[in-house]
Design a protein around this ligand. Structure first.
Ligand code: PLP
Ligand code: SF4
Length: 388
């Protein structure tokens, strides 16, 4: 039975009349940055806030930043607080709940930090924390203390905008072949400033590849202009990893942004965070991964949600992650299957369940349907001692 205007027993929420924005503004990323939603009145232009959301917005004020681009708000279901886009960007009461084991930096960025901006945890690569600014402050941000916490940020105040000390560290460690610009979102900087940093890295002979972690393709794809892509292409090899969490985020605008990067020779990968109530089911994840392949984005990591202060309410069990991985592996092509990792002080640790066990007779294998077989040690020896 469909609702008609005469139905009186349904409690009608106020109809949202969304702003009528000319294309020239909508396609201009500066317009969106200037008009970011940072208060209840602006949010009401896009969504019917629930009482719980309004309470949470008031509750996090003074503690966590809140900002949403009109583009990302336009993807939200105006009437459903459970909308997966909305839950990533509108504060929730869970952010203020003290969860056991939660820490501001469980992954140890501050422990491995060598300069104001360089975190050196792995032998051949570092992250360079370019900024704490983001177009949208994702409620689940793993660096919430750095990006979203009003009193946060890992940066020391005394170094200001200078990257000199950071570039010097990288130059003095020639084992660093791979520098990942992250933040915050590095593309928050205008092209000129970004090019200065990238050119500074390119002047270091031992730096082979430059990677950028950016959620702009998801939060404000208009930022991915031809000018930006041309600038990045002048400094190849440059790789981009972005952060799609739900199929709803794969829009024509996002797809066009990815296409612009690919046409400029920039490979685009994706890192998804497993989030309770947002993407914690096989069907959603399978659609997400296959839709990413359709826009030629390669799934890279599936992160188990970190037990970060203000984020823990998004955590699922590890078993939920296993269920999702087993719903992907073998069901879709191997290059649509991300690696499921838990980020710890020891690094990103793959935690998917293996498809084999080692037995005295050989490898016991299983497949995506649960069928099993023994691969006899005489046929495929496991150890070098048994090998011919
Ligand atoms: C994630 C991360 C990297 C990059 O790791 P990859 O597995 O190469 O993508 C590098 N340094 C730090 C500190 C990181 O957290
Ligand atoms: S864009 Fe990335 S760094 Fe910024 S708040 Fe979102 S998850 Fe965190």
């Amino acid at each position: 039975m469909s609702a008609t205007p005469l139905d009186t027993d349904t409690q009608a929420a106020p109809t949202i009349v969304r702003p009528d924005v000319p294309d020239s503004d909508w396609n201009d990323w500066h317009w969106h940055m200037r008009r970011r939603i940072t208060n209840v009145d602006k949010a009401r232009q896009w969504i019917n806030l629930s009482p719980e959301e309004e309470q949470a917005i008031a509750g996090v004020a003074g503690r966590y930043r809140w900002s949403v681009t009109p583009y990302y708000a336009s993807l939200m279901d105006p009437d459903d607080p459970q909308c997966p886009v909305r839950q990533q960007a509108v504060p929730a009461g869970g952010e203020l709940v003290e969860f056991s084991g939660a820490e501001v930096d469980p992954v140890g960025d501050t422990y491995y930090r060598k300069t104001n901006r360089v975190v050196h945890k792995y032998p051949d690569r570092v992250i360079l924390l370019v900024t704490e600014a983001c177009p949208v402050y994702c409620r689940h941000c793993t660096r919430k203390f750095h990006t979203t916490d009003v009193n946060g940020t890992y940066f020391r105040d005394d170094e200001g905008e200078s990257f000199d000390e950071d570039l010097r560290y990288i130059a003095e460690h020639p084992e660093i072949r791979d520098v990942l610009l992250t933040g915050g979102d590095p593309l928050s900087y205008r092209d000129g400033k970004l090019e200065e940093i990238i050119a500074g890295l390119r002047a270091i002979p031992s730096v082979e590849i430059i990677r950028i972690g950016s959620r702009f393709p998801v939060l404000l794809p208009q930022r991915i202009t031809d000018d930006l892509c041309e600038m990045l292409a002048r400094h190849h090899p440059v790789w981009v990893n972005t952060h799609f969490n739900h199929p709803k985020e794969i829009t024509p605008e996002a797809s066009a942004a990815v296409d612009r990067m690919l046409r400029h020779g920039i490979p685009v990968g994706n890192q998804t965070v497993l989030l309770r109530g947002i993407n914690d089911d096989v069907a959603t994840m399978r659609t997400l991964m296959t839709e990413l392949l359709r826009i030629r984005v390669r799934p890279y990591y599936l992160y188990h949600c970190d037990n970060v202060t203000g984020v823990s309410h998004f955590m699922t069990s590890v078993a939920k992650g296993w269920e999702i991985m087993e719903g992907l592996q073998g069901h879709i092509t191997g290059f649509g299957v991300p690696q499921y990792v838990l980020t710890t002080r020891l690094g990103k640790i793959p935690i998917a369940r293996p498809y084999f066990t080692v037995t005295p007779d050989g490898l016991r294998l299983r497949n995506h349907k649960g069928e099993e077989m023994l691969v006899d040690n005489a046929v495929y020896p496991i150890t070098e001692a048994d090998a011919r």
